[in-house]
Design a protein around this ligand. Structure first.
Ligand SMILES: Nc1nc2c(ncn2[C@@H]2O[C@H](COP(=O)(O)OP(=O)(O)O)[C@@H](O)[C@H]2O)c(=O)[nH]1
Ligand SMILES: *[C@@H]1O[C@H](CO)[C@@H](O)[C@H](O)[C@H]1NC(C)=O
Ligand SMILES: *[C@@H]1O[C@H](CO)[C@@H](O)[C@H](O)[C@H]1NC(C)=O
Ligand SMILES: *[C@@H]1O[C@H](CO)[C@@H](O)[C@H](O)[C@H]1NC(C)=O
Ligand SMILES: *[C@@H]1O[C@H](CO)[C@@H](O)[C@H](O)[C@H]1NC(C)=O
Ligand SMILES: [Mg+2]
Length: 442
């Protein structure tokens, strides 16, 4: 009897020790003892850990940029706290976004961040690497890249029904909804993985999740996993929206310098706008940038005139073209400006219509050359529009458009007065929703 008890205790201790580490260690491979050993040696060999992520497919470019900031701040804090591992964020290639319209969809797949952003600037905030670099580093010669764990975040529908929100991070059964984009063959999942057919995983976990990005800390399990991916990362919220840290991450998102140069040439040629005249000079290195409110901006008013899906989805706040023209005219007259720069996703005929209501003003939009279309595509052209808007003396945006928010942030960084930035078109002169003013913190 005593023997039995002692044995029982020993077994208990043994189980605890094992489940505390070794047994969980690289569980991906634990069907194969031999692989499991290899795997632990492999994980021990390098301290590099890779975090990958993706966002709900219908989301646009500018919300995706916001999701990057959530991860960047999370990673920054993680690195401060945990020096044992070399954490790296793998930048998810851009592709096939819903709003991207240039024909030939293949041509808009697998676009790396360097097309749009300055990678060195991003790296001055956190260690990021492009997907192709990750593939090189991680595959070590094999044809396939197997991620150690993929978490699919899911909203807790119950919470949305009751309205009682509390942090949640619970492994749950995957719904068909969560798995709809993944294909499974003998427990090996492939696709979507940003369109790569050679990325797979054996280990998908669905998470009922509510809370900020840092609540995902417990899911990293760096002893067990060398690479993890979070899908539907937009479900995780900002840890510190609008804080100094948030703005640091935002400031590190400098665009590809060629995009700045294209915008600069356009401003000079068509808008009589130069950094010297407009007091908008900036240091090349974002970490050297300082708080200021004396940017003047070029002698033009810029507007972000969001159309397409917003005309249908945001009826309450989107004006007719005619009404927008009237609002713009009033403002230009008040400011003594005669040049209007229009950034829009609207149809050509909507732009022509706008112009027809403003005959006494110079109304312009950026028309990309074939070179720009081929090299930078929809994403780059949109950024050029955003840059030109962010150097105007006065900006008017579209209510609740993330495209507009990114312009407002850029103007906060460049150093404009908030009243020249936080304005939006109204449904009519009388019906005017107001966006919040998220001012920069240095
Ligand atoms: N070039 C250009 N594209 C735009 C403009 N407005 C919207 N778009 C396109 O439409 C997309 C809108 O989606 P998103 O980035 O999610 O912004 P939101 O939907 O306005 O919050 C952008 O990413 C662009 O591809 C614009 O003024 N100029
Ligand atoms: C990992 O490496 C450390 C020393 O670097 C060693 O003490 C330990 O036994 C190794 N663990 C495994 C599972 O190989
Ligand atoms: C995976 O596929 C991509 C695109 O087809 C290719 O560029 C990459 O080299 C491949 N990676 C490996 C490890 O085979
Ligand atoms: C998950 O699925 C299993 C097997 O289908 C079932 O037994 C279990 O109750 C489910 N769990 C939840 C939380 O729905
Ligand atoms: C361009 O701007 C400069 C300085 O702001 C001004 O002196 C000049 O007259 C402007 N040129 C035109 C053609 O408007
Ligand atoms: Mg959108």
């Amino acid at each position: 009897m005593l023997m039995f008890k002692v044995l029982h205790i020993i077994i208990l201790i043994f189980v605890c020790v094992i489940s505390g580490n070794e047994l969980e260690f690289c569980e991906v491979f634990d069907e194969y003892a031999e692989n499991s050993k290899k795997c632990s040696i492999r994980n021990n060999f390098t301290q590099k850990r890779y975090i990958l992520y993706d966002v709900n497919p219908p989301e646009g470019f500018n919300l995706r940029r916001d999701v990057y900031i959530r991860l960047a701040v999370f990673l920054k804090r993680l690195i401060e706290k945990d020096e044992k591992y070399q954490w790296q964020l793998v930048l998810p290639p851009w592709g096939n976004l819903y709003h991207w319209q240039y024909p030939n969809t293949e041509f808009q797949e697998y676009l790396f961040w360097e097309n749009f952003f300055d990678i060195t600037s991003l790296q001055q905030y956190i260690p990021v690497i492009e997907m192709y670099k990750f593939m090189e580093e991680y595959s070590s010669g094999s044809k396939e890249i197997q991620l150690d764990c993929v978490y699919i975040l899911q909203n807790d529908d119950e919470m949305f029904k009751t309205g009682k929100f509390e942090d949640k991070n619970e492994v749950t059964n995957c719904t068909r909804d969560s798995l709809q984009y993944y294909k499974s063959k003998r427990h090996i999942y492939t696709s979507p993985f940003w369109g790569y057919h050679n990325i797979t995983t054996r280990n998908i976990k669905c998470l009922k999740f509510h809370g900020t990005a840092s609540n995902l800390y417990q899911n990293l399990k760096p002893i067990q996993y060398r690479s993890i991916m979070f899908d539907h990362m937009e479900i995780a919220l900002h840890d510190e929206y609008g804080s100094k840290e948030y703005w640091k991450a935002r400031r590190s998102m400098r665009y590809n310098s060629e995009l700045y140069n294209i915008a600069k040439n356009y401003r000079k040629t068509f808008l009589n706008s130069t950094d010297e005249n407009d007091n908008t000079d900036r240091p090349a290195d974002w970490t050297k940038e300082k708080s200021r409110r004396n940017a003047r901006g070029g002698p033009y008013l810029s507007v972000h005139l969001r159309r397409r899906d917003f005309i249908i989805g945001r009826k309450e706040s989107i004006p007719t073209i005619k009404n927008a023209a009237s609002q713009l005219r009033q403002k230009m007259d008040k400011l003594g400006l005669t040049v209007l720069f229009v950034a829009t996703d609207g149809e050509q005929h909507e732009f022509e219509e706008l112009k027809s209501y403003l005959p006494q003003y110079k109304v312009l939009k950026f028309v990309p050359s074939d070179y720009v279309i081929n090299k930078f595509k929809d994403g780059g052209i949109a950024i050029i529009d955003q840059i030109i808007c962010s150097y105007a003396r006065y900006f008017i945006g579209t209510y609740e458009s993330t495209f507009t928010y990114r312009i407002q942030e850029e103007r906060e960084i460049v150093g404009f007065l908030p009243e020249t930035t936080f304005n939006n078109l109204c449904k009519t002169d009388k019906k005017c929703p107001r966006n919040g003013q998220w001012q920069i913190v240095w």
